[in-house]
Design a protein around this ligand. Structure first.
Ligand SMILES: *Cc1c(COP(=O)(O)O)cnc(C)c1O
Length: 425
């Protein structure tokens, strides 16, 4: 077959773009070479519907070993008692959690999307808002911190079946214990979606949700630095309280319901080549190198936050506990859209983001979200954060000056040569 140079040329161009730019999108990272290589391998050809030892197809003896290793390593990473590594993405993992834990029309309580929550936590545009009755809690206007009093008030009044915690644009840690105490008053399930900070939680650098939350989901490609995908985990398995029985009349446990919700509930065949890459990344997370990485992520985020504050930027909650920060640009007379688009021209990539109580549309927004997982993987330290912020500030304070933007773009390209990306490629 003729090699598809059209597509491979574009892939080369994307590698070049990733090498030369400063990547500050908080949800992105760079996998190791071996994680990436595993994704381009032959398990992609294999159908393996079902689970290790219980497949609907023959020839699964090797992929069974791959998937079993992925599960065992992941359980070790989070000290979990059960894990499912098949979800194709974070959104797919969450669809399965909803299917297992609540019935269509049931009430669920999540963090408002406009306050940092995720689409899959009840947004009207998403399955979670269309099939379930979603209500929301927010953050406090003065502090930018999750309003746990409001969460409790809404939970006691509305009695949701499930309370969802976790966010895509929240820079502070969570009080999982408090949420569980609220949930226990109304018999609700607590579902923690740790898609963003999972890599920091894995290393004990943030509060541990596993003892307080019934069900935990995550992506694998953000701070966990694995391939694009999703996972679901439990530390303590339990019988479902709504009495779903198996054919023998036994009450199904939560782990059984979750397995069934992933397959056949919401997915078909698993991506065993991606599961192989997940297994490799979980192995990497168990090393001391990853501990060092996760600690550096937090140090870099702190250094970056300090550098922004010293230049008069308005950080929501005044700082960060994790890998990201949310910046309100209204005091700089800028929109998130304008900032994102202009920084893009200088090859500094980040995303516009609504800030809590934003007065602009989600397409414009008043803020930007800035994260350090990817630049930390590139090898940057605290002093590099100062350099990065000075370049961002130069663009944002000369927002219509094409000459300055071109200068910064050249500076960025030269600066990034200090941080090689995939030199083997
Ligand atoms: C990124 C994210 C997801 C979704 O992950 P995808 O892999 O993009 O589907 C789900 N929940 C939260 C909180 C996220 O930040």
């Amino acid at each position: 077959m003729q090699r598809d140079t059209q597509i491979f040329d574009l892939i080369d161009q994307e590698l070049d773009r990733q090498r030369h730019g400063i990547e500050l999108i908080a949800s992105e990272n760079f996998t190791s070479l071996q994680v990436m290589q595993a994704m381009g391998t032959v398990p992609t050809n294999k159908y393996a519907e079902g689970y290790p030892g219980k497949r609907y197809y023959g020839g699964c003896e090797i992929v069974d070993q791959i998937e079993t290793l992925a599960i065992e390593r992941l359980k070790k990473v989070f000290n979990a008692s059960w894990a499912n590594v098949q979800p194709h993405s974070g959104a797919s993992a969450n669809a399965a959690v909803f299917l297992a834990c609540v019935k269509p029309g049931d009430k669920v309580l999540g963090l408002d999307l406009s306050m940092g929550g995720h689409l899959t936590h009840g947004s009207p545009a998403n399955f979670s808002g269309k099939n379930y009755e979603a209500i929301f809690y927010g953050v406090k206007k003065e502090t930018g911190l999750v309003d746990y009093d409001q969460l409790e008030e809404k939970a006691l009044k509305e009695k949701p079946k499930m309370i969802i915690c976790g966010a895509s644009a929240y820079s502070r840690d969570w009080d999982y214990k408090r949420i569980r105490e609220v949930a226990d008053k109304i018999g609700a399930i607590v579902f923690a979606d740790i898609a963003h900070p999972a890599g920091l939680i894995a290393k004990g650098l943030l509060n541990d949700p596993f003892d307080h939350c019934h069900v935990i989901s995550s992506t694998t490609h953000k701070t966990l630095r694995g391939p694009r995908g999703g996972i679901i985990m439990l530390r303590h398995d339990f019988e479902n309280t709504w009495g779903v029985k198996d054919p023998k009349g036994n009450t199904r446990t939560m782990s059984q319901l979750l397995d069934l919700a992933v397959f056949p509930g919401t997915q078909g065949g698993p991506l065993e080549h991606v599961i192989a890459a997940k297994a490799i990344s979980f192995g990497e997370i168990l090393t001391d190198d990853f501990t060092k990485y996760a600690k550096q992520v937090i140090s870099n985020a702190q250094a970056m936050a300090k550098a922004f504050v010293s230049r008069g930027y308005d950080l929501i909650s005044n700082g960060t506990d994790n890998h990201l920060m949310l910046i309100d640009l209204r005091n700089k007379n800028l929109t998130g859209k304008k900032a994102q688009e202009t920084l893009d021209k200088a090859h500094i990539t980040l995303n516009k983001n609504a800030v809590p109580f934003d007065d602009k549309s989600p397409f414009v927004t008043s803020g930007i979200r800035v994260g350090v997982p990817a630049v930390t993987t590139r090898g940057m330290n605290e002093s590099d954060m100062e350099t990065v912020v000075s370049m961002i500030d130069k663009v944002l304070t000369n927002i219509d000056d094409e000459k300055v933007i071109a200068d910064v773009k050249a500076d960025v390209k030269q600066f990034m040569q200090k941080f090689p990306l995939y030199p083997e490629l």
